[in-house]
Design a protein around this ligand. Structure first.
Ligand code: NAD
Length: 475
């Protein structure tokens, strides 16, 4: 762990193992921090706040720029660490490291653009100035599915704004967090400004984050259930909160689109990170007359996907993160089949040979999915593409919006007016129109409804770490 500028163990000396999900082998063990360690980290961050906030934006920017350079230089090592502890294919891990580094560069630049304003007053002898200042100590909790970029997307803007940080990474992926903190330390982030508490007992650290009066803001990425609970408790203590939570993305193909092209897009976006993405499509709506062309193209492509260790050449389906994730996917598929869905391909655990040592599930296409099935409502977080037929634009818009999630949605159409109707009518924070990758460091990322509060990335990303202060001057 890294607290107050020093690498060390948990105060009680406890450790926990980090497991490779492709073969269940222990990679190493890391400190198992407690609530007391979290409090020590928060108090170090409080002490470091004044000096860090007092540095010029240019100095903070310089350090973030240096961190971006270091991350770029070390991208291969970081990608390998990610593949080992999280499982995603090395090629995908390299892409994630690049995306993660983009946030450091973006917020190195945004640090210099935290503008205030002057506002005309009604009195001739009065002047109003509005300034933006760091919120204070930020407590950050991140998930395992994007274990590098979810950290830089929070720590980058927090440091740029002049905040200090305590991070608790997911228990499945602490090694990526450790590597990022080494980079930040080497880039020149002063002791106490960033603090890392690794733990296998997130609740104890979470308690400190929501209760300690020194924490000004909680930023959380993870499941809606945990996010809702922590956000409620943090709000009760009047802490600022932002949350990036679950999703249940619709993927709508209209009859004016090429179903083969759309199926290729679906095969790429659905199986990224073995479906373990908050913006992964969870409901594929296809016009009834295109169902055969779409489903057969998708299933042909899916059947060619190779599962295995992310280090193996040609593998595009890595393991799921743990046994519980495989059980959840399997239960959703069985529930759908019981409700009348048809398995077009896949639909089973992969246990042959070396796959049996890890947490593998076959990439799967389900036909005939309907609203009575769990998979239609619940986030799958696995490699299953449920396909649903439809006939009419109004009908599909209302079906797509009929979810308590609101993160991402995808639309395939060649009709510009329809593209605008969908962009405006879909109640989701991120809409891809003929585009399966509608994200970048430069654009805001976040959801509506139960998918979260606030936005990360873009110029809005730094707002989450700033307070507005007004000064009235009588002259
Ligand atoms: P999770 O909520 O179980 O875990 C996320 C983080 O919360 C981990 O660091 C975990 O240790 C921590 N946590 C769990 N219980 C806690 C507690 N009681 N107190 C404090 N911290 C606690 O989620 P998960 O299943 O590991 O992650 C997947 C979820 O994350 C999915 O729902 C996915 O959609 C979501 N996600 C969202 C985004 C986004 O930007 N919207 C990005 C990635 C993942």
């Amino acid at each position: 762990m890294f607290i107050d500028g020093t690498w060390g163990n948990a105060t009680n000396g406890a450790v926990f193992d980090v497991i490779n999900p492709a073969n269940q082998k222990t990679i190493c063990s890391v400190p198992d921090g407690s609530g007391a360690d979290a409090v020590a980290a928060i108090e170090a961050a409080e002490r470091a706040l004044g000096a860090w906030a007092g540095r010029s934006a240019y100095e903070r920017s310089e350090i973030l720029y240096k961190a971006w350079q270091l991350m770029t230089e070390r991208s291969e090592a970081l990608a390998r660490t990610m593949t080992e502890e999280q499982g995603k294919p090395l090629r995908a891990a390299r892409i994630e490291v690049k995306y993660a580094a983009d946030f450091l560069l973006w917020f190195a630049e945004e640090a210099k653009r935290v503008y205030g304003e002057t506002i005309p007053a009604a009195r001739a002898d009065q002047r109003f100035i509005v300034a933006r200042q760091p919120v204070g100590v930020v407590a950050a909790i991140t998930p395992w599915n994007y274990p590098v970029s979810m950290i830089t997307r929070k720590v980058g803007p927090a440091l740029a704004a002049g905040c200090t940080v305590v991070l608790k990474p997911a228990e499945d992926t602490p090694l990526c967090a450790i590597e990022i903190f080494k980079i930040l330390e080497e880039a020149g982030v002063p002791g106490g400004v960033i603090n890392l508490v690794t733990t296998s007992s997130p609740a104890a650290v979470g308690d400190a984050f929501v209760e300690h009066p020194g924490v000004a803001k909680l930023t959380f990425t993870g499941s809606t259930a945990v996010g809702r609970m922590l956000a409620g408790r943090a709000a009760a203590n009047m802490k600022r909160v932002s949350c990036e939570l679950g999703g249940h993305a619709p993927f709508i193909v209209f009859e004016d689109a090429d179903p083969v092209h759309a199926a290729k897009g679906a095969s790429l976006v659905k199986f990224l990170n073995t479906g373990q993405a908050c913006i992964s499509p969870n409901r594929m709506y296809v016009p009834n007359r295109h169902l055969d062309a779409f489903t057969s193209t998708l299933s042909d492509r899916v059947q060619k996907m190779k599962a295995g260790s992310g280090f193996e050449e040609g593998v595009s389906i890595g393991p799921l993160v743990n046994a519980a994730a495989v059980d959840k996917v399997d239960a959703q598929v069985k529930d759908a089949v019981t409700g009348g869905a048809e398995i077009v391909c896949g639909g089973e655990r992969l246990v042959d040979g070396a796959l049996g040592d890890g947490f593998f599930y076959a990439p799967t296409v389900l036909g005939g999915v309907n609203q009575s099935m769990q998979i239609y409502r619940e986030e799958t977080f696995g490699p299953v593409a449920p396909v649903i037929g439809f006939d009419d634009e109004d009908e599909v818009l209302s079906l797509a919006n009929d979810t308590h999630y609101g993160l991402a949605a995808y639309v395939y159409t060649q009709n510009m007016a329809r593209a605008f109707r969908m962009f405006e009518g879909l109640r989701f924070g991120i809409i891809g129109i003929n585009d399966i990758n509608p994200t970048a460091a430069a654009v805001p990322f976040g959801g509506m409804k139960s998918s979260g509060l606030g936005r990360e990335g873009g110029h809005e990303g730094i707002d989450e770490y700033l307070e507005t202060k007004v000064g009235g001057f009588s002259i």
